[in-house]
Write a protein that binds this ligand. Structure first.
Ligand code: SF4
Length: 440
C-alpha cells in the first residue's frame, strides 16, 4: 500500500466523518417532514433516515480514497465478509451499489451501457448495472475503488459466479470463490467441512493480498459485531408484529443498507439499536407507518427499487400496510447461527443457510409462519424477471398460501432494477383489484 495515499485517506475520511456527523446532528435538531410527504396517509419519515444517509455517504466516500491506501475487496452480498473486515479491507458490494443506482433511477442508463457492449438483457439487472458502471465509469457515488481481491460466494445464485469471472478478467486480481452446496434439507457435516476448507483458503489469499496476518481475536470481535447487528435488525423487523405496525417494508428496504454492506462494524450495531428505540417510541405513541392501516401484507422477493415511493403511497391510500418480507428477514434470521467463539466453523454453517441456498419448501414455511406471526391478511409475491432463484416456485407458493391458509396472494411481475420490465398501468390495475379483494 502507498503511504502517502494512506495518509490522505486517513485525513480526508476522518474530516468527512466529523463533517457528516455534524451535519446530521444539525439536521436532527431541525428535523421536519418534507413538504411533499403524504402525511395524510403515511407516518412522518423515520428520523433514523438521517443516519442512514450519513453512513451510506461515508461508506462510498471512504471508497473513493481507499484505492492504494488500504486493501479493497469487492464481494457478493452473502459473502463471509468478517474475514476481510478483520484484515482491514475496505469492502464494496456491487449488488448494493446497483440497488442504490436503482433507487436513484440511474440503473437503466447503466444497463443500457452494458447491453451496448454485448451483455444480454437476460442477465440479472444488478450485474448489468455493475458492468455498465465499469464500462462507462458512471456512478451516482462519484467513483468506485479498484479491487485488490474479489470474493464471490454462490449462496445466493450462480449468476454471481459468471459476474465475478468478468470482474476477474477486467481487473486482473485474485478471485476467491466460496462454493456453497444447495441445502434441500439441513446442512450435513461434510457440507460444513467443505465450506470451512474454502474459508481457510480465503484466509490464506486475503492475508497475502493485504500483507497482514489474521488475528483470531479480531475475527471473533468482528463476528460478534455482525451477530449483534443481525439480531438488532431482526428485532427491528419484528416490531412489524405490532398492530398497527410502526414500520413498513418500504422503511425496511431503505434502512437495510448497513446490515448488508456494513456488517462487522460497531457503528452498525449502534445504528440498529437507535432505530429500534425510535420504533419502540412509535409503538408507545401509537404511531402507525400507514396512517389508516386496515390490511397487513407480506412482500416476497427483492424490492422494485425505482418504484418504492409510488408503491408505498398507492397501497397506503388504500389502507394497506406491507409490514414484513422474506427478503429483509433474510438478513436477520441467521443471527443465532453465528458463534463468535468458533468463528470459522460457525461462519461455514451460517453462510450455507441464506434463503436462496435452501429449497423452496423453506421459503413457503417462512411465509406461512410470517402470515401467522405478523397477523397478515395476504401476500404480494414480486415475480422478479432478473432474480430467477428467488422467483422460481412462486406460482406454487402463491397457490398454497391461498389453498392452505386461505389468504389472498398476488403475483406481481416486474424487475428489481430494470424499469423496462415494469408496466405501471398493469400494476395499478392488478393492485387495485387485489385491494378490493382484500376488503371483501
Ligand atoms: S440473480 Fe438474484 S441473487 Fe443473483 S445477483 Fe441477481 S438479484 Fe442477486
Amino acid at each position: 500500500m502507498d503511504t502517502l495515499k494512506r495518509i490522505k485517506y486517513e485525513v480526508i475520511t476522518k474530516a468527512a466523518k466529523l463533517a457528516l456527523k455534524g451535519n446530521r446532528i444539525l439536521s436532527e435538531r431541525k428535523f421536519k417532514t418534507p413538504k411533499r410527504w403524504r402525511t395524510d396517509i403515511l407516518a412522518p419519515p423515520l428520523k433514523i433516515g438521517l443516519r442512514t444517509k450519513e453512513l451510506v455517504t461515508r461508506h462510498y466516500l471512504e471508497g473513493r480514497y481507499a484505492e492504494g491506501a488500504k486493501p479493497v475487496a469487492w464481494v457478493t452480498s452473502g459473502a463471509p465478509v468478517e474475514i476481510l473486515k478483520a484484515l482491514g479491507f475496505y469492502v464494496l458490494y456491487p449488488e448494493n451499489h446497483a440497488a442504490l443506482c436503482g433507487a436513484r433511477r440511474t440503473a437503466l442508463e447503466l444497463c443500457l451501457e452494458a447491453e451496448k457492449s454485448g451483455y444480454s438483457m437476460d442477465i440479472c439487472s444488478y450485474a448489468r448495472c455493475d458492468f455498465g458502471a465499469l464500462i462507462s465509469g458512471k456512478t451516482p457515488v462519484g467513483k468506485l475503488p479498484k479491487p485488490d481481491l474479489l470474493l464471490c460466494c454462490t449462496n445466493i445464485c450462480q449468476t454471481v459466479l459468471y459476474w465475478y469471472r468478468v470482474l476477474e478478467k477486467h481487473f486482473n486480481v485474485p478471485l476467491v470463490v466460496i462454493d456453497t452446496p444447495f441445502l434441500y434439507r439441513e446442512a450435513e457435516e461434510h457440507h460444513i467441512e467443505y465450506v470451512k476448507n474454502q474459508l481457510d483458503k480465503l484466509v490464506e489469499v486475503a492475508e497475502r493480498v493485504s500483507g497482514k496476518k489474521l488475528k483470531f481475536e479480531r475475527l471473533k470481535e468482528t463476528l460478534r459485531l455482525s451477530k449483534m447487528a443481525a439480531e438488532l435488525w431482526h428485532e427491528v423487523i419484528q416490531t412489524g408484529k405490532n398492530v398497527p405496525s410502526p414500520i413498513s417494508v418500504f422503511d425496511q428496504f431503505i434502512h437495510m443498507a448497513p446490515i448488508v454492506e456494513m456488517r462487522g462494524d460497531a457503528e452498525t450495531v449502534d445504528f440498529y439499536a437507535e432505530m429500534l428505540k425510535e420504533l419502540q417510541e412509535r409503538i408507545e405513541k401509537g404511531v402507525s407507518a400507514v396512517v389508516k392501516e386496515r390490511r397487513r401484507l407480506l412482500w416476497d422477493n427483492l424490492p422494485i427499487w425505482y418504484k418504492l415511493k409510488f408503491l408505498s403511497e398507492f397501497l397506503a391510500e388504500r389502507g394497506i400496510a406491507i409490514v414484513t418480507s422474506t427478503y429483509t428477514n433474510a438478513w436477520g434470521e441467521l443471527a443465532p447461527m453465528m458463534d463468535p467463539q468458533r468463528p470459522i466453523e460457525s461462519m461455514a454453517k451460517t453462510y450455507l443457510y441464506p434463503i436462496l441456498n435452501r429449497g423452496v419448501g423453506h421459503k413457503l414455511k417462512t411465509m406461512k409462519e410470517m402470515i401467522k406471526d405478523y397477523s397478515l391478511n395476504g401476500a404480494i409475491l414480486h415475480s422478479d424477471r432478473s432474480c430467477k432463484p428467488y422467483s422460481v416456485g412462486q406460482i406454487d407458493e402463491r397457490n398454497r398460501l391461498i389453498s392452505e391458509l386461505g389468504v389472498p396472494a398476488l403475483l406481481l411481475e416486474a424487475d428489481h432494477n430494470d424499469p423496462r420490465a415494469y408496466a405501471e398501468e398493469q400494476v395499478r390495475t392488478r393492485l387495485s383489484a387485489f385491494a378490493e379483494m382484500l376488503e371483501s
